[in-house]
Design a protein around this ligand. Structure first.
Ligand SMILES: [Zn+2]
Length: 254
């Protein structure tokens, strides 16, 4: 189904400029594109504490998620009220997506009206094939979830990053601050709060519409905005370098 309306939700606690992404998207799809404030504020639901407590991943290799412990629920309450305090927690993207879907007003829930929620949380999906969690930039569906910190955390960093980290650790006997490492290798990957964040997330927003319209999530051509690269270098190639699209998707979206 080709959606006729797409609503994007801002991520005010991040560097991502969702209005710019929505403008870009509006120029490329037939749907009308509008922007609202943060999803969790616009569609307010008491159940969010449960949703995030239930979605919390315990360990990279444990498929079970969630905790009803008082401390966890208190933490989630605090982070919902004050997102600046979040960090370091991975959430199951499918559970979060289900929870957010339930919060969309019934009249807006059909796939004719796609919602794209930009989030300040790190999300992942369980890999049945290798028995571990994988962080994701995007979990497509209704709503599509796009994780702004996921852009930094999900793709693998360049080999040089890990090597440099190892060498520095050997020299100083301690792991140098992340800023040092990331500064040294600035061009090779996207840092936290990278100024290229907005540009780099445009293709993921388009993928959210594209999968509904075509049933195909991502494109196999590496340099295409609709590709789904597993490494930072691939994200830079796909989202930040010309040409924007493969020939097929140039015809559709350029
Ligand atoms: Zn393509």
């Amino acid at each position: 189904m080709v959606p006729t309306r797409v609503t994007c939700y801002r991520a005010p606690h991040t560097v991502c400029d969702v209005d710019e992404i929505a403008d870009w998207l509006d120029d490329r799809v037939t749907a009308s594109v509008d922007v609202r404030d943060r999803f969790l504020d616009v569609h307010h639901a008491d159940a969010y504490v449960d949703v995030f407590a239930k979605a919390r991943v315990h360990s990279p290799t444990d498929p079970a998620t969630g905790s009803n412990m008082y401390g966890i629920r208190r933490y989630e309450e605090r982070v919902l009220a004050d997102p600046e305090r979040s960090g370091g927690v991975l959430y199951d993207g499918i559970t979060v997506q289900r929870g957010l879907n339930a919060a969309i007003p019934a009249g807006e829930r059909s796939l004719d009206h796609l919602h794209v929620a930009f989030l300040d949380r790190v999300i992942g999906t369980w890999g049945d094939h290798d028995g571990r969690w994988h962080k994701r930039v995007a979990v497509l569906g209704q709503p599509a979830l796009i994780s702004v910190p996921g852009l930094t955390e999900a793709p693998a960093k360049p080999e040089a990053y890990y090597k440099h980290k190892q060498q520095s650790a050997m020299l100083t006997g301690d792991t140098p601050p992340r800023e040092v490492l990331e500064g040294a290798l600035k061009e090779g990957f996207l840092r936290e709060d990278d100024p290229r964040t907005t540009e780099a997330l445009k293709g993921y927003a388009l993928a959210a519409v594209h999968v509904l319209a075509t049933g195909q999530a991502f494109c196999d051509v590496e340099h295409c905005r609709l590709a789904n690269p597993h490494r930072h270098g691939g994200v830079i190639e796909a989202q930040l370098r010309e040409p924007q699209f493969c020939p097929k998707h140039t015809a559709e979206y350029a």
